[in-house]
Design a protein around this ligand. Structure first.
Ligand code: FAD
Ligand code: MG
Length: 340
């Protein structure tokens, strides 16, 4: 939520001229709660109510299929049949799972869509998150195993091979939803828009004056939503995974929501956040989570092996490293960019 407010603030701040132009033609933005977060769409031209309606109903459809909190979602149907039998799913669910499996392989399991049992155990997004015992973690770790996710393209079926396994698409489905939104914008011949799904930003087209959009990168140590720098992008997406988004603290230790499938604990890689910029938002979403878990050296290797991907790594000591051609301008003097 915090991440969302910040990005919306930046989009409006950086784009005042375009926003005012948008006001004359229709509402410049609309926000609704979906996908577990505040989703804001700003159409800077042709902001017709029917386009907004189509976008938000698609977000809700994706949520109804891919959520783990809605009991009747397709994802929960797959989870309920773990170790029992394959489940046939809609093509969008299958597509996201195929992409998730690909990123699990590319990241050597750092990104793992079968992280569900550990997410439930920690319950970091829930009302009563808690530090589990080592025994509890050890009991569930073997169930986090993307290689036991069986996808049959012909029958469009999904099977979790072992009882107790559970899928969670929290690290990729918002990116997919942003890409679906881009498809709806293309279909409706919209030229410029900002899609903000809880901080997953898709900057569609370019500003009216033909300049790139300016996207702020959240200060990961500041809960007030200030930014430490700007990325300039056209037709690209910027997605951040960080320690500040969802967490709880116990005995002075922060436990955040990005878990390492290797040991079952929140990933500790010396990073505060990773922002990934690329064309397709599902790629950026999966990669930002994967790279955060992998840490700098292995994460950088993954970014550099993927075409058209850039990343901004922010470390606990306030140093910043860029890789893969990220167009980032630092604005906060408390941080410093260091060379790789
Ligand atoms: P990201 O880094 O993109 O993702 C982190 C999230 O991915 C974690 O919260 C966890 O769910 C999962 N994850 C953790 N570690 C890994 C890993 N190693 N590999 C793969 N995945 C991992 N939130 C609510 O509070 N209530 C809701 O009802 C709700 N419904 C949602 C429905 C949908 C369809 C989606 C996509 C999200 C929903 N959410 C909901 C939010 C969700 O629980 C995550 O907190 C959110 O997606 C995190 O996104 P992020 O960009 O902050 O972090
Ligand atoms: Mg992600």
């Amino acid at each position: 939520m915090l991440k969302h407010c910040f990005f919306l603030f930046c989009a409006v701040l950086g784009l005042a001229g375009t926003t005012l132009a948008g006001c004359r033609k229709g509402p410049p933005s609309q926000a609704e709660f979906a996908l577990g977060t505040l989703c804001t769409v700003s159409l800077y031209d042709q902001g017709k109510p029917e386009v907004y309606r189509e976008l938000f109903s698609r977000f809700r459809e994706i949520e109804s299929r891919m959520s783990v909190t809605l009991p009747d979602s397709e994802l929960n149907r797959i989870n309920a049949h773990a170790g029992i039998e394959p489940v046939q799913v809609q093509s969008d669910v299958f597509e996201v799972l195929e992409l998730a499996a690909r990123y699990a392989e590319l990241s050597d399991g750092a990104f793992d869509p079968t992280i569900g049992p550990l997410v439930s155990l920690w319950n970091i997004s829930g009302d009563e998150p808690r530090l589990p015992s080592q025994e509890e973690i050890d009991a569930l770790l073997p169930l986090v195993s993307w290689r036991d996710l069986e996808l049959d393209r012909e029958g469009r079926t999904v099977f979790l091979k072992r009882p107790g396994m559970a899928l969670d698409l929290g690290a990729i489905a918002k990116g997919y939803a942003a890409d679906e939104a881009a498809g709806i914008l293309r279909k409706n011949r919209i030229k410029r828009a900002i899609i903000d799904l809880g901080g997953n930003i898709l900057a569609y087209g370019e500003k009216q004056d033909r300049r790139p959009w300016r996207i702020g990168i959240q200060n990961p140590l500041d809960s007030r939503g200030s930014y430490i720098g700007i990325m300039e992008v056209r037709d690209h997406t910027v997605v951040t995974s960080g320690v500040y988004e969802r967490f709880f603290e116990e005995d002075g230790v922060r436990y955040h929501h990005i878990l390492s499938p290797a040991d079952g604990y929140p990933a500790r890689s010396g990073l505060l956040s990773v922002s990934v910029v690329t064309r397709r938002s599902a790629d950026a979403d999966a990669l930002s989570t994967a790279v955060f878990v992998l840490g700098y050296e292995r994460g950088k290797a993954l970014v550099e092996s993927s075409e058209g991907v850039g990343a901004v790594f922010i470390f606990e000591d306030k140093s910043i490293r860029l890789c893969g051609g990220a167009d980032f301008v630092l604005t906060d003097e408390n941080y410093r960019i260091v060379s790789n």
